[in-house]
Design a protein around this ligand. Structure first.
Ligand code: TXA
Ligand code: MG
Length: 330
């Protein structure tokens, strides 16, 4: 299978098949959310463990009502500000939503993607589409149609909508409203930042409190997006590439949070240079990781000057880079 046009994709989706669709974040492996066999096909194709719930994709906020048992004003305000766009919100699940989608949770994750082709597909099929990122479980998410085809050895058909303009998966936030007070937990950082969420709600007259998320979103694993070679993040104010190459594995481990028993080969290191503009750095991140994987470099060195608790847009980039890296030498 290969690239298909939107009409073909819609026909396949209607008949319960799984198809990769472009979104502004990453490509999604989409299927209709009202059929158990389709949902199972998504999990099988991705080799995804059943404890990792899927996000439902809707064409508009009106579609949320059928999928949830409770919609708050805060959800509505955030949707008004950020949908369609890279924001996933957690809702109480309606009984009709298949429990395989939510991995048995009583909550359901929903977003409206900002890509014309994805939105048209949802509208045409007439039900929410479940879609995880179109990669094998724990691998790097695809930001181009070519990545999807490579990832599944042509077993999945893809609608080519060009490179994803955001490049990182959506921000996931849990939103709870009591009167005019809203409590939020950030379950996955993305290009929509906590401060912009707070600002939006405060402008609508809410008081906002961010709770340290006690539990990670299920399925968020520590080792994710890893390229073929070992990736080392380092603070360029303290170290340079030659110093890293001279360090023993024990020394690197000692300076890192993540004890790893990989062997390192500094014979042909790659310099991973991030764009200075976080919007562009995010957009390019996953395709850069893929290019490194395909290269003959023996190790990847990435200078990270923003520390362990970076602000704004860099937070999501650091979240992904730290999962992709085996060592963080700060
Ligand atoms: O940008 C995106 O969100 C992309 C595009 C395709 O829309 N999708 C995506 O899906 O990143 P996926 O399956 O790779 O990641 C979805 C994650 C799950 O791993 C889980 O952490 C979280 O969403 N999630 C889903 N349902 C949840 C729930 N009810 N409660 C908490 N977290 C949930
Ligand atoms: Mg994913």
């Amino acid at each position: 299978m290969s690239r298909i046009d939107l009409d073909e994709a819609i026909a396949k989706l209607e008949s319960g098949e799984v198809v990769a669709l472009p979104s502004e974040t990453v490509y999604g492996l989409a299927g209709r959310s009202d059929r158990l066999d389709t949902v199972q096909k998504i999990f099988q194709t991705k080799q995804r463990p059943s404890f990792d719930p899927l996000i439902l994709h809707v064409a508009s906020f009106e579609q949320v009502a059928a999928l949830t048992s409770k919609v708050t004003e805060a959800h509505r305000e955030l949707a008004k500000a950020f949908w369609p766009g890279p924001l996933t919100m957690i809702f109480e699940k309606a009984p009709s939503v298949l429990s395989q989608i939510t991995a048995g949770l009583e909550t359901v994750a929903i977003r409206s993607p900002e890509h014309r082709l994805f939105l048209q597909a949802i509208q045409a099929v007439g039900v929410a589409l479940a879609a995880p990122s179109a990669n094998q479980f724990s691998r790097t998410s695809p930001t181009e149609a070519e990545h999807v085809l490579a990832e599944f050895q042509d077993q999945v058909s893809v609608v080519d909508g060009g490179p994803c303009k955001r490049g990182l998966e959506s921000t996931i936030v849990q939103v709870e409203q009591t009167g005019q007070h809203v409590t939020m937990s950030l379950l996955r950082p993305g290009v929509i930042t906590p401060s912009s969420l707070r600002q939006t709600l405060e402008n609508s007259g809410f008081s906002v409190e961010f709770r340290e998320s006690t539990k990670m979103a299920p399925g968020r694993v520590a080792a994710h997006y890893r390229p073929r070679q070992t990736l080392i993040l380092y603070d360029p104010k303290k170290w340079n590439a030659d110093q890293l190459a001279a360090m023993s594995l024990e020394e690197l481990n000692g300076k890192s949070d993540d004890a790893s028993e990989l062997s390192l080969d500094f014979s042909n290191p790659a310099d991973f240079v991030l764009n200075h503009d976080p919007v562009l750095a995010a957009r390019e991140l996953y395709s850069q990781l893929r290019s490194f994987s395909a290269s003959s470099h023996s190790v990847i060195l990435c200078a990270w000057p923003f520390g362990k608790h970076p602000d704004g847009q860099w937070e999501a980039i650091f979240d992904r880079l730290s999962r992709a890296s085996s060592f963080q030498v700060f």
